[in-house]
Write a protein that binds this ligand. Structure first.
Ligand SMILES: Cc1ncc(COP(=O)(O)O)c(C=O)c1O
Length: 476
């Protein structure tokens, strides 16, 4: 990232965090040049970039001001899932999402895929291709069951930014976050147990619940504050819940970041009922707020939080490099890791460790956060432009996924079928519920830089939704 882009990214984050609000005067060019130790021309270039992005506006003889945001659209309401533990269904729809998006020529707007085309990933490609020269035959050998010491050291260092103090030996490397979640789930439960989940919830962890013979207790979840602690407390009193599984930072699919006070309260609640917390932090480093929020794990005083993550969303999912900090459940997680995949592939671990050690990870994150922030606002504006009146839209605090709630009884499974002829796929809402809720919702991905093809696809989806609404009205 060039110097002026770094200054612009820093300012855009401050605006995003609300540090500067609509119509606020921004620091003078001279003040910013002093603060960042860069030239006046660099700051002028940064302001020009922010102006192009529609974030700031100049006022003659007065300086730069924050451009007031258009009114944010209506958010979805707090979810109201079933009030009892349920078996998870809908594997066939998950399979369809995973397979259909692989077909060539499809615009897969429903998948959780990051942008892997950024030039800031080049050092990672180099680190991968130079593996032989750097590590000799080590890449061909079994790695240790816990994962490579170099990578565990870098991961431990990274978690300092989210308030944790972990030793490299507190970390187990996994094959992606999916394995971190599934080994954690198996480590803390027995078949027949109940797991409380935020709702809507990531389908991967729900399918783990299904596969291990567990039941999901979906807890009402607010699109701003996250899982309802009040509803969770009632559920804990009523049902034999063994674990709570949440994605509190840049949630998938709702995009919220749970406030810190509620994270602390969640830990207290888990202590009171003596249950484990499986915390999925896969999008945490892509938080638009800077510094990034502290994890629930950082408030964990008795090792009951299993913190799961991976580099699939921050770098690239094909690496299959993830990790878990299992707290007091280390032995069980290691056992489950062994029976699942034993060691992880060695080469990608070493390449990721080198990429982080070089400082390339931070550089890449800065760039992607700025891109995704722009992508979010762009996609929200397009959905507002093309989708039917009454559509509700989430307001993601990081990551690259948008949740859209359609008015009326539009079924997004049907919508997806009808979009097939236009080679567009969305993420139907039912995937995110154990019990088939959220049929009128969809998940959309804004990780790619805005293009005409994406704009056109959103217009196509919006027009089809309007047509489907009319058809429903006609039948009624
Ligand atoms: C919230 C969440 N957790 C876990 C995963 C799985 O991640 P990985 O690809 O690293 O296994 C995903 C991927 O979509 C996700 O969105």
């Amino acid at each position: 990232m060039k110097l002026y882009e770094q200054v612009a990214a820093e300012l855009s984050l401050r605006i995003e965090q609300g540090y500067y609000r609509g119509n606020d005067r921004l620091p003078s060019i001279r003040a910013l040049s002093r603060e960042h130790g860069v030239s006046i021309a660099t700051v002028q270039e940064a302001y020009r970039l922010l102006e192009d992005q529609g974030l700031v506006q100049p006022k003659p003889k007065s300086g730069y001001y924050v451009r007031p945001r258009p009114l944010t659209p209506q958010m979805p309401e707090i979810s109201r899932p079933a009030q009892r533990p349920l078996e998870v269904s809908h594997w066939e729809h998950v399979l369809d999402l995973l397979c259909a998006s692989e077909a060539p020529g499809i615009l897969a707007l429903g998948r959780g895929m990051p942008d892997i085309s950024a030039t800031t990933l080049k050092p990672l490609l180099r680190a991968l291709s130079e593996g032989k020269r750097r590590d000799g035959l080590r890449g061909f050998s079994y790695d240790s069951l816990r994962g490579s010491p170099e990578l565990r050291q870098q991961v431990a260092r990274l978690t300092i930014d989210s308030g944790c103090q972990l030793h490299p030996d507190d970390i187990v490397i996994t094959t992606g976050c999916q394995e971190a979640l599934s080994t954690s789930m198996r480590a803390v439960t027995r078949p027949g147990d109940v797991v409380a989940v935020d709702s809507p919830s990531f389908y991967g962890s729900m399918q783990a619940i299904k596969a291990f013979g567990l039941k999901a207790m979906e807890i009402p979840t607010d699109p701003v504050q996250g899982i309802s602690l009040e509803a969770l407390e009632l559920a804990l009193e009523q049902w034999p819940i063994r674990a709570i599984q949440v994605t509190p930072t840049c949630n998938n699919p709702l995009g919220y970041t749970m406030p810190e006070i509620r994270r602390r309260q969640l830990v207290t609640l888990a202590q009171r009922f003596d249950v484990a917390i499986i915390e999925d932090d896969i999008y945490g480093d892509l938080s638009f707020a800077f510094p990034r929020p502290n994890t629930i794990k950082s408030f964990d005083s008795d090792g009951r939080v299993l913190l799961c993550s991976s580099f699939s969303k921050t770098l690239a999912p094909g690496l299959r490099v993830g990790w878990v900090a299992p707290g007091r459940y280390g032995d069980q997680v290691l056992h489950m890791k062994y029976v699942g995949t034993a060691a992880c592939a060695t080469l990608p671990q070493l390449a990721v460790a080198e990429f982080i050690a070089q400082g390339s990870y931070e550089r890449h994150l800065r760039r992607m956060r700025a891109q995704y922030l722009q992508g979010r606002d762009h996609m929200i504006a397009a959905v507002e432009r093309y989708f039917p009146a009454g559509t509700r839209i989430s307001y993601p605090q990081g990551g690259f996924l948008l949740w859209v709630e359609l008015p009326g009884d539009i079924d997004t499974l049907q919508l997806n079928d009808r979009l097939q002829s236009s080679a567009i796929r969305i993420g139907p809402g039912v995937l995110f519920s154990a019990s088939g809720k959220y049929r009128n919702c969809m998940r959309l991905n804004y990780s790619a830089k805005p293009t005409e093809a994406i704009e056109h696809a959103l217009q196509t989806i919006g027009e089809l939704c309007i047509r489907m609404l009319r058809e429903i009205d006609r039948v009624a």
